[in-house]
Design a protein around this ligand. Structure first.
Ligand code: SF4
Length: 316
């Protein structure tokens, strides 16, 4: 299984922290041959360039192309702002996508364009098959890799390392066909539930028990700190980071980084993590929640909050 990785440093750090399976397991147990990776690859300079051409011309088969980073097209569609091995990176990407059996976009930049693609997008950045929520992106809506699958999107800033390695294993073991994708091409196995699923602060959420400072141990981060756990699809509280914790468990709000609209910069300056509230009703409510009903529920919940809903779960 020959895989070509185009990663930057932050995703490499995440990827190398994978635990189930680890990056080493991919090689030792699942027979991965990492053709190239910016930190792990052996080829440099002219050797790398020659290998890239061998891949593009079919002399070296590429089973999986894993791409991270937005596709930079500036200036004026030339892509020369981001050159790699003596060509615009976007040209290598276009050629390698045609010969790879599977194409995987890792992280928000590769999936939806990410922060670089925010208006006014001076780098003319694009995601591989989406620009934000709009399907199309750099490779086009109809792109299919040689396997017949579209780009598999693993978003996040950064993406959880085990999401990456488990998808690679699913391909290596011939089980990728069992993993359905959602309408944004995200594997449902990781993105069919909200970040709130598995959060240890759900009791506090239900009874509107709020905290207003980062890192506080009891209370929900939704009401005053703008946690996006109830409206963000991810498994961060089901598949824990470092198999130990998550942002919400340590008192940091979910910032919604697996959704195409991330970052949510329409909030007031200086209130990046603050939810704007009106009569105690947050500006962004979970999907399908009626504002009036929510306001009534808030009053009732606060008035009926049992003692256990304010328990400090770190000490019990
Ligand atoms: S901290 Fe966030 S994810 Fe956890 S219960 Fe509150 S809103 Fe939901």
């Amino acid at each position: 299984m020959a895989a070509f990785f185009s990663f930057y440093r932050d995703y490499t750090t995440s990827f190398l922290n994978a635990e189930e399976p680890t990056a080493c397991d991919l090689i030792a147990d699942f027979g991965f041959n990492i053709l190239w990776h910016p930190s792990l690859g052996l080829e440099m300079g002219e050797n790398l360039q020659a290998m890239l051409w061998d891949c593009v011309l079919g002399r070296i088969p590429v089973d999986i192309l894993v791409f991270e980073g937005s596709v930079i097209n500036a200036p004026n569609g030339t892509g020369t702002w981001n050159r790699f091995a003596d060509r615009p990176m976007k040209d290598w990407l276009a050629d390698l996508s045609k010969v790879a059996n599977y194409v995987i976009a890792v992280g928000d930049c590769a999936t939806w364009g990410g922060i670089p693609a925010m208006s006014p997008n001076p780098s003319e950045s694009n995601g591989l098959q989406f620009l934000k929520r709009q399907e199309g992106g750099f490779l086009g809506k109809d792109f299919r890799a040689k396997s017949g699958l579209p780009v598999i999107n693993i978003p996040g800033c950064p993406a959880h390392p085990d999401w990456i390695t488990q998808i690679l294993v699913a391909i290596a073991t011939g089980r990728i066909g069992d993993i359905a994708l959602d309408e944004l091409h995200r594997p449902l196995t990781f993105f069919n539930t909200y970040t709130q699923t598995g959060c240890t602060r759900n009791n506090h959420f239900a009874y509107k028990s709020s905290i207003s400072e980062f890192g506080q141990r009891k209370g929900c981060l939704f009401y005053d700190l703008g946690c996006r756990g109830p409206m963000t699809h991810s498994s961060c509280n089901r598949i824990l980071w470092n198999r130990a914790s998550s942002k919400t468990r340590v008192g940091m709000p979910c910032i919604g980084c697996t959704e195409p609209e991330f970052p949510f910069y329409d909030l007031k300056p200086g209130t990046v993590f603050k939810t704007q509230t009106l009569m105690g009703v947050p500006k962004d409510l979970p999907p399908g929640v009626n504002k009036t009903g929510y306001a009534i529920l808030t009053m009732v919940s606060k008035d009926t909050m049992p003692e256990w809903a304010e328990e400090d779960f770190f000490t019990i």
